[in-house]
Design a protein around this ligand. Structure first.
Ligand code: PEP
Length: 251
């Protein structure tokens, strides 16, 4: 099996203002800048990106956005494009379940974003995951297979892709998937990649997201198909987020 460097990515969602965001990232830097063998990414709100990029300059922590428009420019009032983000960020979360739910984003739109993002030299962190009713009906594998295929329609730049399996029922609930459930679904994501582009299936990183904390991350990260974590709540606490980074670096 190919070595895949673990990734710990923090999704701050609609939390922090510019001042508290800078304070948070400085605390994270103090605690984890020197930790090696793990890719560290923070994804603050748009308005904080410039200030946080300045704080991160020269450090080992990378910067991501939480969303982007699929168009490079044009009459899309209030939207943010890859053209604006180029040179500022290295990663962008796309297809997060909250955007699919609250902003009605379809997998077709997510696929268009994935293409625009990778064409701009930015790595998409593409999220997929089933809700509780789908999980209970035993159709999670089928649902995520279809959702991931649809979200990667037309995608070609396989070297530039991170996938995050995030069961909706585990996000922000304190009820993480078991390591067995997470591994099963991460393996399904990898199988989809194999079907779409067999040569890269062994190198694309698949993260797990949903109530990850320092008590459950080690067990998740030792699973053969889980290469890191996308972290919401715990990424807003410098110490806890840095603990996740430390555990991932020694896993
Ligand atoms: C998320 O929103 O991507 C997430 C995983 O949140 P939490 O860690 O809070 O469950």
């Amino acid at each position: 099996m190919k070595y895949r460097k673990p990734v710990i990515a923090g999704n701050w969602k609609m939390n922090t203002d510019i001042e508290s965001g800078i304070k948070l990232v400085k605390e994270i830097l103090d605690l984890s800048d020197s930790i090696a063998n793990v890719e560290k990414i923070v994804c603050p709100p748009f308005v904080s990106l410039t200030s946080i990029a300045r704080a991160l300059n020269g450090s080992s922590i990378q910067l991501g956005a939480q969303n982007v428009n699929a168009n490079e420019n044009g009459s899309f009032t209030g939207e943010i494009s890859t053209t604006m983000l180029c040179g500022l960020i290295s990663h962008v979360i796309i297809g997060h379940s909250e955007r699919r739910m609250f902003n009605g984003e379809s997998s077709n739109q997510v696929a268009a974003k994935a293409i625009t993002v990778s064409n701009a030299g930015i790595v998409p962190i593409l999220c997929v995951g089933e809700d509780l009713s789908i999980r209970k009906s035993g159709k999670a594998a089928n649902f995520v297979t279809k959702q991931l295929k649809a979200s990667l329609k037309g995608f070609l730049n396989w070297e530039s892709l991170i996938i995050a399996y995030e069961p909706i029922w585990a996000i922000g609930t304190g009820e993480a998937a078991t390591s067995g459930q997470a591994q099963e679904m991460a393996a399904i994501c990898r199988k989809v990649i194999y079907q779409l582009s067999p040569d890269v299936a062994d190198s694309v990183r698949v993260l797990y997201g949903g109530s990850v904390n320092s008590g459950n991350v080690a067990e998740l990260l030792i699973q053969p198909d889980i290469d890191g974590a996308l972290v919401g709540g715990a990424s807003l606490k410098a110490k806890e987020f840095s603990n996740l980074i430390r555990i991932a670096s020694s896993n």
